[in-house]
Ligand binder design. Sequence first.
Ligand code: RAM
Length: 356
Amino acid sequence: MLKRPMAAVALVAALAVGAAACGGTTKNSTAKDGGNAATSGKKADPNAPIKQNLKLAFLPKQVNNPYETIVDNAGIAAAKGFYAQAKEVGPSDASASSQISYLNTLIQQRQDAILIAANDPNAVCGPLKQAMSRKIAVVSYDSDAAKECRDVFINQASSEEIGRSEIKVMSDLIGGKGKIAILSATANATNQNTWIEFMKDELKKPEYSGIQLVKVAYGDDDDQKSFQQTQGLLQAYPDLKGIIAPTTVGIAAAARYVSSSKYKGKVEVSGLGTPNQMRKFVKDGTVHKFELWDPGNLGYLAAYAAAALVSGQITGAQGETFKAGKLGSRTIGKDGEVILGPPTVFDKSNIDNYHF
Ligand code: RAM
């Protein structure tokens, strides 16, 4: 992908319009849905060999988040398997402005691919477009960038399934009745905001009429802030029945607060967490159920997608397929999205089977 003259860009754009008029792109199509200027004019070849010595850079939301560390380390290990050099760079706070300076450096370094968990879908768009115009493949993972600013998005699971299931799980835990709050990550996080929209939509169903969402709080994926936000929620709403934290940092902090407070046994904490961080709260009875996918597989899949883009196996168009090592053949869906798989629900019966 990515190396072509302007005339080819125009041709690809024309083909993309034509394909859209014909009802969408198909396998081996010549341009992605969005008509992205950085994608190749060449036909995608799912059997093209992965190029060697590629330079891949993971730019997580923040580097000191245990979840992002698992994702990126697995991606870096996967890249070694196809003889690429991969690294992780990124800010210690989950902010888009902090990510921009890293993006500028990665562009100057002429990485072959940038993999980003975007702290804001739009704020990182300028430098990502610049990267694509300089023939750098852009893969978003975990938290998407606006779709015109990346080639593909590697999503951990269906966003709709994650959002709706969070409500179902909480409703079961509180018997379908009572006040709940959401403790999110940062206010602009694409992934959390998408899930929260689906949660709100799910709550409109008649079976949840007894549940009232009283507040969405933001802990910024900062442990201390998330802990304090939990305390604040329980002070403001002493009759709160449940907290959904769709963030591994938030759920661990909320569970820690509740586990040693008078609310233990009265307030359910659920959401998305890593089994290793949540194990003690499941064992001490604070947490009964939560969800996640395998973060290592997310990084692994993102690394293969980046290599597939740079090697010409895919351009980012819907219907294209690529081989993702142990995860098998993967197909690009609508809007350039590739889904890892369904989330797992953890409780005391299975948590000891998971070690991440
Ligand atoms: C946190 C981050 C990340 C999210 C997980 C579930 O670690 O916010 O983006 O996917 O939680």
